[in-house]
Design a protein. Structure first.
Length: 179
């Protein structure tokens, strides 16, 4: 996992709960917390931090990942404004992930293991997103989807039609824009 993800998690935690909360999570997870944005770290470290946050906050790990993804979106927009300014809607932003955002991520962060998404557009208000990654972070993707909608002043409902965390081969996430 690239260090930028850890940096974003640290920012969201400290913004909402204070620096002491981040240090507490590191202690509980047994980690030193020295993450550089360009560094690569074992995937287990992010999972340990999410598990620690789950314990401390009394929320499921899925809830923590969704919260993190949604809250991290403003920090991503500050770091990479061009990704957001080029898009007019949350839907446009989501659809740009494979062909604009992830290729740039791979240029900036060598070795980044980005998930790949498949999109189906059954209607103008609905998007079905296929997600497959060995990390099984579809709940983080869910949070990013909600964060993108927030960024563009939209409201969405998100439903997991299929989920690797429930034993399915891949994830199918239905996103509906609410008028």
């Amino acid at each position: 996992m690239k260090g930028i993800v850890f940096n974003l998690l640290e920012e969201t935690i400290t913004e909402e709960f204070g620096l002491g909360a981040w240090d507490n999570l590191l202690d509980i997870a047994g980690l030193d917390g020295a993450y550089t944005s360009l560094g690569s770290y074992p995937d287990g470290e992010i999972f340990n931090l999410v598990a620690a946050a789950s314990t401390v906050l009394g929320k499921t790990q899925a809830e923590i990942l969704r919260w993190f993804g949604r809250r991290a979106m403003p920090y991503l927009a500050q770091r990479y404004p061009a990704f957001f300014e080029a898009q007019q809607t949350g839907r446009d932003f989501i659809l740009s992930v494979n062909h604009i955002i992830h290729p740039e991520v791979r240029k900036l962060y060598a070795g980044a293991g980005c998930p790949h998404f498949h999109f189906r557009e059954p209607s103008v208000d609905t998007l079905i997103i296929g997600y497959q990654s060995p990390r099984k972070l579809c709940d983080l993707a869910h949070g990013f989807i909600e964060g993108a909608a927030d960024r563009y002043g939209e409201q969405v409902t998100v439903e997991h039609l299929a989920c690797m965390n429930r034993g399915d081969h891949n994830c199918q996430i239905a996103v509906a824009w609410v008028s």
